[in-house]
Design a protein around this ligand. Structure first.
Ligand SMILES: [Zn+2]
Length: 99
């Protein structure tokens, strides 16, 4: 099924390839498609925000706290190179090391 904007004659295929709409009426004509496209783009991010709590290991959060305290200390001492390395480690731990 080929959808076309009746105002400017732009097809949904053209919107996808040109990455822009022909006129303001296109938003109305392709509202369903645009909506599903947005869900495709933003759905992934929304999904990764959902963290199952049972996967958080208690020893991880304890270590995380310790590392964060150390990070604060390093920043106060202006040891930014070490701090950035520690930041990476904290990031990995907070992502429950799945990457
Ligand atoms: Zn149009």
């Amino acid at each position: 099924m080929l959808k076309v904007c009746v105002q400017c004659g732009t097809t949904w295929d053209e919107v996808l390839t040109e990455k822009r709409v022909g006129c303001v009426h296109c938003y109305e004509a392709f509202s369903k498609e645009i909506k599903s496209l947005k869900a495709l783009y933003f759905g992934k991010g929304a999904f990764s925000e959902v963290e199952p709590p049972q996967q958080k290991k208690p020893e991880n959060s304890g270590k995380l706290l310790e590392l964060k305290e150390r990070l604060t200390g390093l920043i106060q001492q202006e040891r930014f190179e070490e701090a950035s390395k520690l930041k990476d480690e904290i990031y990995r731990l907070s992502e429950h090391g799945s990457h």
